[in-house]
Design a protein around this ligand. Sequence first.
Ligand SMILES: [Fe+2]
Length: 287
Amino acid sequence: MTRHPLRWHQRARFILAHRLTLPLHRLFNLFPHYEVGLSSVDISRIECRHAPLAGRRAVQISDLHLDRYQSRHDAVVRAIAGLQPDWIFVTGDLLNVPDGLPHLFRFLSTLRSMAPVYLTLGNHDHYSGIPVDRFSEMADRHKLTLLINQVAFVAVGSGELGIVGLDDPSLHRADLRCIPPRVPGRFTVLLAHAPNVFDHLHETHAVDLMLCGHSHGGQWRIPRIRPFWLPYGCSGRAGGHYDRAGRRLYVNRGLGWSILPIRWSCPPEVLVIDWTDSAPPDNRAPE
Ligand SMILES: [Fe+2]
């Protein structure tokens, strides 16, 4: 997958959805206590086998849609602090409107005081009207690592963690050419907002684990029934653990909301990734 334009009807659908939901986001930002199902956060856990990283831990959060800092964000901060991560990954949809920037970076800089933070952008970030350069400038100022079709490497003992951050695949902005070649001792995590890019990975892409969001888990669910709606770019994946041809993908339900501030039978989620030197159990999460 390389960057290429959306078809006109896909682009029209994204713009229409964003334009329709923007007034709702602005309205409900004025009434932050009118939220349902967002106050408590599930902690999900997966394990990855890679001896050089054994004992290390990362946390992934996604889909913050953080236009206004609220007490529930303090609860997320406390939960992540209690997990004592070595790294924190944030997979896009950081906010919806430019007014959210100071609120968003208040939250992210608090996380940065705990561990290095790696960010990617999602569709709502691009449609917020905030230039990518502005996101980069704010990230630099707060000592956060924003990855836009870029990779960062962290040396860990005898091994290395590679962190690839793609631009949003749902807007066809991802460029897989930034994925580095396989190197002994390196574990590569791929961060991307939307899961559709998982289907474009092939054998030569040295990716050990892919982490995404975008789906909100369906946001409104009836237990044991498939989601009513998933946004373009999910490829039918609502949440949890998936594998294909030996590759692993985790789709995080995210922390925020779209359209209405309601999550029904679909609580916000923080994912913990623990590295181990023994074979991990079957991490597959039921749909
Ligand atoms: Fe989102």
